[in-house]
Design a protein around this ligand. Structure first.
Ligand SMILES: Nc1ncnc2c1ncn2[C@@H]1O[C@H](COP(=O)(O)OP(=O)(O)OP(=O)(O)O)[C@@H](O)[C@H]1O
Ligand SMILES: Cc1ncc(CO)c(N)n1
Ligand SMILES: [Mg+2]
Length: 539
């Protein structure tokens, strides 16, 4: 079958009413009327954020920041430009508004054709522009709307007309999933109240919530004299304080735009709001950290590097699958002493576990020298890659980096998941051993992918490891926003009872001695897998 390519964009007709450069109206095509869509055998959805914002000539904030942040987080970003600003690291020198009809036209062009998941707004400089946006969103509803009510630049220059306040409060906010003012903007929205403390930020979030958004995040980036950058989140019932390290740097131009578009990107990828805000907050903090010493421009406030992860060594775009929590179903954790006892090499043990149906493997080698460990890890990587089973390394980030493992598992006394994430980059899997709801919360905040919770039963594999029982496991599962794998004393006799607990985020069991302190690792694994499968199907 031959597929016609998209027609070229021709400008053969007389100029339209909008500007001498605009092309004639072309019909808005639906997928069914696009012959070239048939060319794709398997269509892959691409999370899509549309930013409706102003251009920043210094490219640290505005549309330019939004496009970079979305790209860094794996979302496509289209843009409707509301204004063109002349800015640099010293401040805003000029602002020119795009004609309202052309803004309407841009919205129509993108929203009618491009399957936008989330709209994020930045600089909406006039009341008329907000009105046009509300109308367009009514015509083309999207999954979520993130409103960053940009009013004043950090340099103190005004970026919106005072008449917009009413249109934000009485129009756009009611359509918004989240509104993200900084303290100055929150104050303006509330008629000039002064905000100095966290308690003030909470009060402001509560008042702004009354305008109708589903969530409010009052950002504290500009709160003076704090070693932490604290943002206050409110969902109408509860407050959550998002606390991060305050990075000492002049390069904070565009943090607000970046935070809002990162939230939008995560929502477009399917995250919950709380998770999206946490990922966005971590992303801004990491970007500032990696950019703190960069120098661009001579003014007081410089841009930062949204694409810092491209410079991180293990950033292998496309080489890894995204973490699939179902891979925790039967988690095989190796132990060198057990292997020695049975005369197995690490490679043989891993091969046998995979043959028997292990769905993820962790090398937990506590008494082996670094060099032979790395050699074995490289060999295990080949085995795991060829079978599509992820391989994680316990604790040793250096070994994981050197063998390009799929991730690292850390305990409470190892370096934190946040630090591991910094070292490994975004594409790797990070697991954390947790015994309490508080540890589970921290692991999620630190950017981990899953929790190992135990010991569920008494175990001899790990010394001084208190037993949690089903009660402790339940408490962690209920508190955890991450998938959980149960560990500790699990074997063929009791694995079924763990799976029968049926907590939604309890994805599987991790086993050490039940597989590796045995002569035939593959048949032990096969047996355990069939026990697990008799309780729960692996999706
Ligand atoms: N120095 C810093 N270190 C760490 N995080 C910061 C720092 N400055 C701001 N942030 C964080 O960046 C995010 C954006 O908040 P901020 O208050 O700076 O927004 P904003 O004033 O709208 O930014 P801008 O207008 O410059 O784009 C928040 O999560 C805030 O906590
Ligand atoms: C265009 C634009 N949007 C937003 C901000 C806020 O940082 C800015 N400085 N410039
Ligand atoms: Mg801002």
């Amino acid at each position: 079958m031959s597929c016609a390519p998209p027609p070229p964009i021709l400008r053969l007709h007389p100029p339209s009413s909008i500007s001498p450069f605009s092309s004639p109206r072309r019909p808005h095509l639906s997928p069914r009327t696009c012959p070239w869509r048939l060319a794709a055998a398997r269509e892959m959805p691409w999370p899509h954020v549309l930013t409706v914002a102003g251009s920043d000539s210094s490219a640290g904030a505005g549309i330019q920041a939004d496009v970079k942040a979305c790209a860094a987080l794996g979302a496509y970003c289209s843009s409707v430009i509301t204004a063109v600003t002349a800015q640099n690291t010293a401040g805003v020198q000029g602002v020119h508004l795009v004609p309202e009809e052309l803004i309407r036209e841009q919205l129509q062009s993108v929203l009618s054709d491009m399957s936008v998941d989330v709209v994020k707004t930045g600089m909406l400089p006039s009341a008329g522009i907000i009105k046009i946006l509300c109308e367009s969103l009514q015509k083309f509803p999207v999954k979520a709307l993130v409103v960053d009510p940009v009013m004043v630049s950090t340099s103190g220059d005004s970026l919106s007309d005072p008449s917009t306040l009413t249109y934000y409060r009485d129009g756009l906010f009611a359509m918004a999933d989240i509104v993200t003012p900084n303290v100055k903007e929150a104050s303006k929205l509330l008629g000039g109240v002064s905000l100095h403390t966290i308690a003030d930020m909470r009060d402001a979030a509560e008042s702004i919530y009354k305008f109708g958004p589903r969530y409010v995040l009052v950002k504290g980036g500009d709160m003076p004299d704090s070693s932490e950058a604290i943002d206050v989140f409110y969902d109408g019932k509860e407050f959550v304080e998002f606390r991060g390290h305050r990075i000492k740097t002049r390069n904070t131009h565009g943090t607000g735009c970046t935070l809002a578009s990162s939230i939008a990107a995560e929502l477009a990828k399917g995250s919950s709001m709380l998770n999206a805000v946490q990922v966005a907050k971590n992303f801004v903090e990491s970007a500032l950290h990696h950019s703190k010493d960069l120098v661009i421009g001579n003014g007081p406030q410089g841009p930062f590097d949204h694409l810092f992860r491209l410079k991180c060594p293990p950033y292998n775009i496309g080489s890894q699958q995204r973490f699939n929590p179902d891979s925790l179903f039967l988690y095989a954790v190796t132990d060198s002493r057990m292997n020695k006892r049975w005369g197995h090499s690490i490679e043989d043990a891993v091969k046998a576990a995979i043959e028997g149906g292990a769905t993820i493997v962790q090398l937990r080698e506590k008494d082996i020298e670094s060099r032979p460990f790395l050699e074995a890890a490289k060999a295990c990587m080949e085995i795991c890659r060829s079978s599509g089973v992820p391989l994680l390394i316990n604790d040793r980030v250096d070994i994981a980096l050197a063998c390009n493992a799929d991730g690292v598992h850390v305990g409470q006394s190892d370096i934190s998941a946040r630090e591991v994430r910094e070292l490994l980059g975004p594409g790797k899997i990070i697991g954390v051993s947790c015994k309490t709801p508080a540890q589970a919360e921290q692991a999620w905040r630190d950017g981990a992918d899953y929790l190992g919770c135990g010991g569920v039963f008494p175990t001899t594999t790990k010394a001084n490891n208190p037993t949690l029982g089903f009660g402790g496991l339940k408490a962690v599962c209920l508190a955890s926003k991450l998938p959980v794998v149960a560990i500790g004393g699990i074997n063929a006799t009791n694995a079924g009872s763990v799976m029968e607990l049926d907590f939604p985020n309890l994805k599987g069991v991790a086993v050490v001695s039940a597989l590796f302190d045995r002569e035939c690792v593959s048949s032990e694994t096969r047996n355990l897998r069939s026990i697990l499968a008799s309780v729960r199907c692996l999706a």
